[in-house]
Design a protein around this ligand. Sequence first.
Ligand code: 13P
Length: 304
Amino acid sequence: MNETVEKINQLKKQKNAVILAHNYQLPEVQDIADYLGDSLDLSMRAKNTDADIIVFCGVHFMAETAYILSKKLVLLPDITSGCPLADMITKNDVLELKKKYPGVPIVGYINTSAEVKSEIDYCCTSANAVEIVSKIPSDKVIFVPDKYLGSFVKRKVKDKEIILWDGYCPTHLKILDEDIKKLKKKYPLAKVVVHPECNLAVQELADEVCGTSGMIKYVKNNPQVKTFIIGTEVGMCYRLKKLFPEQEFIPASELAVCPNMKKNTLGKILFSLEEEQPQVVVDEEILKKAYKCIERMYTLMGIQ
Ligand code: 13P
């Protein structure tokens, strides 16, 4: 075993730490994680962990969510791993929306800052956005910040008026409809599975549109399919190949690399465990309000 990995494992035991990693992390980071998952899975792992320290291998809003739910010591190995989509809406933008649409509930993708979560009504992830929006007791809702996920929800939840925000994920927009068309020609028997953060032309060419945990379920339910074209961040193909070694996973675009997700390296993970830095904390007042918005998501899902 590599010396860095050995030291990480020793420190993890010694300090009662757990490593949570998102499906988009580097292969070597995925390999050492205690739990790998999508943003919803990881939030629940953080909420229910017995560990004293959470090393969160993902991006900043995910580590903030882990802190809000666990109040444990949360380390983000590279503190600069942000999310341009989350940065596309601020607390002031939300306050303006509230003035413009008084009384209309605001649903925010988990890809938002804790400050934004503290001002919105409900949280959701790509795995449950349709469920959450359809269960909100209002016939009009505002969905922020991803307009493509919001449009996907709009197509599924026909009985509500959904107001969208103009945000997007630059990494998912690297995937083009031409990429899918080319790959479909090359692999005519392949199934196309894409993330709802992809643009609408890409979504229209897909056999399935779902978040990363939905992709795992889709492949599991289709053992007869040998090849899948995967329209999301490239790290997901490594995750799928490890779970389903007999099947083939082709990234829809090699350019769909999230530079922030790739910032957490083994070296930085070791450093963060040694030094117990960099820590992610959320101001107590913001935390209380943001917790409520995440809790409302779990309540609508029937989770305590
Ligand atoms: P999920 O973790 O919900 O699958 O989505 C990942 C993502 O695209 C984060 O930006």
